[in-house]
Design a protein around this ligand. Structure first.
Ligand SMILES: Nc1ncnc2c1ncn2[C@@H]1O[C@H](COP(=O)(O)OP(=O)(O)OP(=O)(O)O)[C@@H](O)[C@H]1O
Length: 275
């Protein structure tokens, strides 16, 4: 999915943003552009200001200074990081979908189908698994037919296999709706393979660009460590070897298969010779 999306026109622009609470400034000098149909991921340590920036871009927090320009008429879907739901509240998925806006059943069902949880329409929200809950939130954000989908940690509470499936779904949604996606994520490995552009935030924009260039940036390595950039290199490496079923690494074509088929009565040295 790293292939550049057809993003040319700016959908949302921010210039010189400073954002804070009271006399405390959390973010300063933030300039950014979100283009149509691109996937942009905000990364950064805890407390870096990622959620604060999203909220300012959504118009939920007024910046201390700077300006935000949203394309007139654009619609934004938002899946927040946290949603406090009273465990005693009888709330099913259908109701969750209409908490803030009215939508008819057909629209709700279609959005839930898009995210793979239509069968949970009448399930109590408290009974959803982590992955189902995130998919329901995603469906809720889709109901606005967004030009921009803003997702704050969309894989929270989701296991590793579920994370990969969710990122694939997000990519499909971008294709299907042609919407831009701005998300916050801590899944750095996933981010690197599932986004067009990465913005690394820590009180200001430390670095930004295509995933590979960000992973090599000194500010990225000082925030996340050399190891991670190295791990990313492993993540994208050219696979120049095969793995036999016993974990052995084979460097000659077909050797993994031959190793698997090598007679079991041979000892390790004989098997090696047979290869
Ligand atoms: N409403 C608020 N009032 C005062 N301070 C706030 C408010 N919201 C956030 N902050 C502070 O702003 C800073 C940035 O918070 P923010 O939630 O944006 O960080 P984040 O990068 O999203 O962190 P995380 O990765 O932990 O979710 C934190 O120090 C937080 O305590």
């Amino acid at each position: 999915m790293n292939a550049a999306a057809p993003h040319t026109a700016a959908l949302l622009t921010a210039e010189g943003l400073s954002i804070g609470f009271g006399d405390q400034t959390i973010l300063s000098g933030v300039d950014l552009i979100i283009h149509r149909a691109e996937i942009v991921t905000l990364i950064g340590p805890n407390g870096a200001g990622k959620t604060t920036l999203l909220k300012a871009l959504l118009g939920l927090i007024k910046p201390q200074s700077g300006r935000i320009h949203r394309t007139p008429g654009m619609s934004i879907g938002y899946a927040p990081q946290r949603m406090r739901i009273d465990p005693a509240l009888p709330l099913n998925v259908r109701r969750l979908m209409t908490l803030t806006h009215r939508h008819d059943d057909a629209e709700i069902l279609q959005a839930l189908q898009e995210t793979g949880v239509a069968s949970r329409l009448d399930a109590p929200v408290q009974g959803l698994s982590g992955g189902e809950f995130q998919r329901a939130l995603l469906a809720r954000a889709l109901l606005t037919k967004p030009d921009l989908l803003v997702l704050d940690e969309p894989t929270q509470g989701v296991d590793f296999a579920g994370e990969a499936a969710l990122y694939r779904l997000i990519a499909q949604l971008r294709k299907h709706y042609g919407c831009a996606i701005l998300m916050v994520s801590h899944d750095l490995h996933m981010v690197m393979s599932s986004t067009d552009r990465v913005i690394c935030l820590n009180g200001h924009i430390c670095c930004e660009g295509e995933p590979l260039s960000v992973a090599r940036h000194p500010e990225f390595t000082s925030l996340f460590g050399e190891g991670l950039a190295g791990a990313y290199a492993v993540y994208t490496h050219q696979h120049d070897h095969e793995h036999a079923i016993d974990g052995h690494v084979c460097h000659t074509p077909g050797c993994a298969k031959r190793r698997q088929e090598a007679p079991q009565h041979m000892d390790a040295d004989q098997q090696k010779d047979a290869l």
